[in-house]
Design a protein. Sequence first.
Length: 639
Amino acid sequence: MDKKLIVSKTVTFIAIIAFIVVFKLMFGEKNTLIGVTTVTATLMFLERDLSLSPVRNTIKLILINLLIGISSYLVISNMYLGIIVNFFTLFLISYNFCYNLRNPLYLPFTLQYLFLLANPVDNQELLLRIFSLVFGAIVIMLAQILVNKNRLAKSGNKLLENVCDSIVNKIEYKEQYDLVDDGVEKVNQSIDAFRTMVYDKREYNYYLTEEGRLKLNLSVALENIHSMIHDTNLGSIDNDILKTLELLIKEVKLLLNNSKDNIGGHDVTLYMQKLFKICEEKDIDDLLNLQLLDSMLLLSDTIKSLRALDEKQYNIVDRSHEISELFSDSGIKSFFMDKKSIRFCYAMRVAISITIATFIMQYFNLSEGRWILFTLLSLITPLYEASKSKTKDRVFATIIGSIIIFILFSIFKDPTLRMLIILATGYLNGYANQYRYSTIFVTVSAIGSAALLGDVGILTINRIFFVFVGIVMAILANKYIFPYKVKDSMIQLKNMYHETIINMLKEVKNLVEGNKQPTTMKNLIVLTSLIDAKARGDEKIANSPSYSKIISERRSLVANIYELYIWILRGEIKSQSQKEILNDLKDLINYSNEDISSKVAKIEYGITVAKDINTKIILSSIIVILKELCHLGELNKSI
């Protein structure tokens, strides 16, 4: 095992234990589990960047924690009132922290709510519990400020550097590229991970920072260049274009490394101007070279803008324009909030199931009934297919974990030794990468902790019984209460992507007509990456190779639409060409699987007669987009 990993895990474990001990000293034993869920939430939320709006996000976290604290108190006070309060609170938490396109973050908050239900406090202790919840929310946000303040520059730059390396390797190794090829899939994952960071670092879920705005352009240009040259014989690329491309990619790498002192001082704008003149003289008119020029110009413009941007300006947000209706609150609700979405189905399933289980636990006064609640939370998953494998793992882990703790506690009677066993189990759990093994450690820790004050045999039997009751309830809930299967997800993502592509084409049309909304286009391109990342996960579960081809094809399509938009935004379209290009854009928006050969021939003729390279590039983009729409339509028919 890697020594660095052991050191990292050990230090993290010690820090967690220290935090929980301090938390217990501050807020008492009854609130210790809030310290545990605070640690869980802090670690989970580090994958999201909330540092751009710390005050607003802190208030949101405090309000969520206050809701959890007050609701749990009301549920314990009156079991009949608890039915309404439980349903409302569980639905709100699950809906808000289960996402259509992102990994869910509901676990720490729902778990915290269940912990508070299982460990109630009286009137005198309520105020201290409220303080502990507020403190927990502040801790989560402090960790964000400390760790994620410059996440886009630190982690994001490395992801883009990986794409640069792959492009440079292709140019330098040529025929031996297979020896160093990272593969398209890995590059796409790097691009999606980067754009997810840009997505997180937005204000009001719309406005991008200056750093995010510019580096998003880099991601589009780099992805498009990589996809164009990956399976291409470099001999088909003009030599002047290839040399300039290599220079640009190396300049991007130096910029991402923050090596401002080491930048070779190349004036990339001057290089591109010279290259365009050369290409006009050569009368370059093939699609590959024209599309490379398109991406390279976007790259050079972005390099120039990033060089001029001071690091102190990275987090500046331009709010001078209105939020597009597509991304306004009403737009988001109509786009995502329907009764067939994954988050709505999951929230309803959790709210109904745990509300029923809580009422049963209270009505029959089941002292160990909390294991039903914990099992339901563990096994009710957003996707039905994931719940089936988790259920099998849960049964296996509960039995094995119970046997292990029963044997260990039968041998070791000393309380100190038993405490060391529990601590060791918690430490080893940090190395468990699979659900079934981590659940074994959790079972050992849970029964062991309870057995310090009771009989291990009785506790083991009780835990197994209530876990199996929870398993049966979870199986029924996943199957019959608002079930959501991977097939449903694939259909929804496919429709969502189609709508996004249409909206991107409409934004290009709006731009030609004089309506500029570049932030909307940037949000749309980021949205496509989130959909793709989610779709890849669904594809693995469904094992659908044809679906994977569609994902790959549409990535190229949206990148080309985005580059066409940026090209027109630069003002490189001549007035006499506007009407013709506008008609071509209308054809793209209204495309519906018809024959495109005559349209392509018409645009190709326009390229051959065009005198300037700018018009050639715009027309080549329209041809490429049209062909990709056609190919995508054929692939969709195969599913």
